[in-house]
Design a protein around this ligand. Structure first.
Ligand code: SAM
Length: 520
């Protein structure tokens, strides 16, 4: 598919001649290299399916380019949450602020909850990055929200699950609905609004994007509304990140200009400066590239000079110097309000109840049988700061302690997963994939409360010691191994690995004749 004529005409008017020439050339060239991000707590280097690292992405600690990123069923490394396929420029939104977010989370997490909201999150790329950023702060929680009810909702759930962190709550809600909840106002220390946009940057992928001036105008109107909603949720001193993967000024500088105009409690942060510094540190000296990290103040009405603090990632410059990117716009704004916001202690949502003794027992039995002692201990420690909840037999680990209560009221919000989904407790316990994947991350999290080193060492020492512990419903024997194809832990059914949550059952094996063979 060629680029729309009216789109080209627009940017021919906006950009200097030569820049437009390179911009058009970049968009007409399909990227050869693709980008991905590694899970920081999993060693993908020996994993089957792990894309070879061609070069790293300067603004993303775990980001790389590779010729062969294949995602979806069939790539064991992807499906086990070892890497996430994500455009390089998309990684900059959180990547540039990752250290700052991590430090804030650690500092506040010492005494209070650190709450982060990813407001338009499907399919969850930036959510997984936010979870990485806050992973060391034990009292940090990410609320992952999107209004989508269809395939994106499914993809979001799966991506969060396979990334394995237990401190994520997935909700299906419009941002406007969240902003209308009284107890949610001014509660979030970080709000990310990766806004729906006219998708100009993905035109280069050859995808069918129907572009028109009208669509740009419509998107800009929605973005303005969403930014106001995001602002309502931001805590004093909080960080508000606004991003799009489109180039049009109407959806970028103009939206931000309108938002910061006369709003003295919000200060634009120097995202462009951060990007420039990052490029410099990676050895890039090209003046045009370094200068073009800035937002285009002159493209917004009134030409507010502060808009130059916004960051622009243009494929025009970055393709050659760093690697192929779609392109992104990023504005970071900080609340300069000093007051403390009211702290709530809300009850668990009514759709959840306390699990029965029998449900708890079946869970405990399962954990005792199928987790290593070190993992079990780490999970039990982590559970101390959580509330175990049940919805129609399904158990969840809400990342808030019963004593402190929930910091926001979830009653009027459609909850997909109230914290980590553990599995179904019936006559036996059927574990979730989330529980499985959490084993690679929960040990450091749980251990943070006590003796981190001791637990880590114990876990490491168990690598390579497979444990046969339970059986799948169809009778195939299941082996839980700590080291297979370089992945530290996943459930395996015979020679294939568990991809789509095949139900597993602990307890006695069914009749022997249906059992499969195990190759270890
Ligand atoms: C650019 S995409 C987000 C991509 C995502 N942040 C990532 O990194 O994977 C924008 C998302 O906004 C969602 N969205 C659009 N309008 C919304 C609204 N009013 N409230 C919540 N989500 C919305 C769409 O469903 C879409 O998934």
């Amino acid at each position: 598919m060629g680029l729309p004529e009216s789109f080209l005409n627009k940017f021919a008017r906006l950009l200097p001649n030569q820049e437009f020439h390179y911009f058009k050339k970049a968009l007409n060239t399909r990227p050869r290299l693709k980008a991905f991000r590694n899970h920081p707590l999993k060693d993908g280097s020996k994993t089957k399916g792990q894309p070879p690292f061609q070069s790293s992405i300067p603004w993303s600690g775990q980001g790389f380019f590779s010729e062969t990123v294949s995602v979806g069923a069939g790539n064991i490394a992807h499906d086990s949450g070892v890497f996430y396929s994500q455009d390089a420029s998309a990684q900059a939104v959180v990547g540039l602020f990752e250290r700052e977010i991590a430090e804030k989370a650690l500092e506040k997490g010492r005494t209070k909850q650190f709450l982060v909201l990813d407001a338009c999150s499907s399919p969850g790329g930036k959510s997984t990055q936010l979870l990485d950023a806050i992973r060391k702060a034990s009292r940090s929680v990410l609320v992952v929200a999107d209004h989508d009810k269809g395939s994106r909702k499914k993809a979001l759930g799966e991506n969060i699950e396979r990334w394995g962190y237990p401190n994520a709550i997935v909700v299906q809600s419009s941002l406007q609905n969240l902003a209308a909840q009284r107890s949610w106002a001014n509660q979030f220390d970080v709000v990310l609004l990766d806004a729906p946009c006219s998708l100009e940057s993905v035109l280069r992928r050859g995808q069918a994007v129907s572009w028109s001036d009208k669509r740009v105008e419509q998107a800009a109107r929605v973005q303005g509304v969403l930014l106001e909603s995001a602002y309502k949720l931001l805590a004093p001193q909080g960080l508000l990140l606004y991003s799009t993967c489109t180039f049009s000024p109407e959806e970028n500088e103009a939206v931000v200009s309108e938002f910061v105009h006369n709003r003295e409690d919000m200060e634009l942060q120097d995202a462009a400066g951060k990007l420039k510094l990052t490029l410099r540190e990676s050895g890039i000296e090209c003046k045009e590239a370094l200068e073009n990290t800035k937002g285009k103040a002159e493209w917004a009405q009134g030409g507010d000079g502060r808009l130059e603090l916004c960051a622009r990632l243009w494929p025009t410059f970055l393709d050659e110097l760093v690697g192929p990117t779609d392109g992104h716009f990023i504005a970071a704004m900080k609340s300069v309000v000093d007051d403390d916001c009211p702290a709530y202690s809300c009850p668990a949502p009514a759709s959840f109840s306390e699990p029965t003794k029998a449900e708890v027992k079946v869970l405990r039995t399962f954990l005792d049988v199928s987790l290593s002692p070190a993992e079990n201990l780490a999970l039990q420690l982590y559970m101390r700061s959580c509330t175990l909840l049940c919805r129609r037999g399904h158990l969840y680990l809400a990342p808030f302690s019963a004593d402190e209560g929930f910091p926001v009221d979830f009653s009027n919000v459609n909850i997909t997963s109230m914290g980590m989904y553990l599995g179904h407790a019936g006559s036996c316990f059927v574990p979730s994939r989330w529980l499985l994947y959490s084993m690679d991350v929960i040990s450091p999290l749980g251990a943070a409360a006590v003796d981190c080193e001791g637990l880590e060492l114990k876990r490491e020492s168990e690598i390579g010691r497979p444990r046969v512990s339970w059986w799948s419903e169809n009778g195939a024997r299941v082996i839980r191994t700590a080291q297979l194809d370089g992945i530290r832990s996943y459930w395996r059914v015979d020679n294939s690995y568990l991809l789509r949550g095949l139900p597993l059952v602990s307890g006695k094996p069914p009749r022997a004749k249906s059992r499969g063979k195990i190759r270890t």
